[in-house]
Design a protein around this ligand. Sequence first.
Ligand SMILES: Nc1ncnc2c1ncn2[C@@H]1O[C@H](COP(=O)(O)OP(=O)(O)OP(=O)(O)O)[C@@H](O)[C@H]1O
Length: 233
Amino acid sequence: MLDVKTLTARYGRAQILSDVTLSVGENEVVALLGRNGAGKSTTIKSVMGLVQHVSGQVTYDGQAILGRASHMICRAGLGYVPEERRIFGELTVEENLEVGRREPRADAPEWTFEHLFELFPNLAERRRNLGKQLSGGEQQMLTIARTLMGNPRLVLLDEPSEGIAPVIVEQMATIIGELKREGLSVLISEQNLHFARIVSDRAYIIEKGQMRYEGSFAHLDAHPDISTRYLAV
Ligand SMILES: Nc1ncnc2c1ncn2[C@@H]1O[C@H](COP(=O)(O)OP(=O)(O)OP(=O)(O)O)[C@@H](O)[C@H]1O
């Protein structure tokens, strides 16, 4: 569904990604693992059309999307949840969700408030609260829920477990499982191998902007030297 080949990206003169190759299949949850600064966010942002200097090939459903405007990439069916929560503090939970509403898509589930509130019971309770009154974890949930209002087929989640309480991390894992059951594909960037293992079908590891590993979690478990080398802090 998503194919990234020989992706190179730079910020100004600094080359950040070199020949990054990865793919996400239909209804697959794929983890992009790496330490702080390894290039996970830059990979996701490049796919979403948010990095200016990029080269290589990115195809979604067979269509080349690299270099397209970000809103066109969203319209094609990709949903992006950035690492930093971008909710509107002065709007209620429901109003925040309304902001994300897009036309339904024939090839992806259509999300309604009720459907989302089943998936995010915390948000259901707080539907009339202002965004700024939510906890960090709830704001993270709201960011994901708002992205789902765009009815994406593939969701790119940048470090969903970062900086949130363990109980919310568990809920996050449940939600990602639910997205898969709904038929969506998900690419998550993560530093947390434990969380990634729970939610994902397979993994990539990126280090210094280069792909170092592609394979199963079982293989990573059997070869702990790989995670020690590329993930241990
Ligand atoms: N806008 C920018 N301008 C210049 N350099 C940047 C910019 N954004 C990121 N970088 C640099 O690019 C490198 C990769 O950053 P990136 O955010 O992709 O890493 P990451 O793996 O997502 O890590 P993190 O967990 O810190 O988000 C880092 O060295 C970072 O300092």
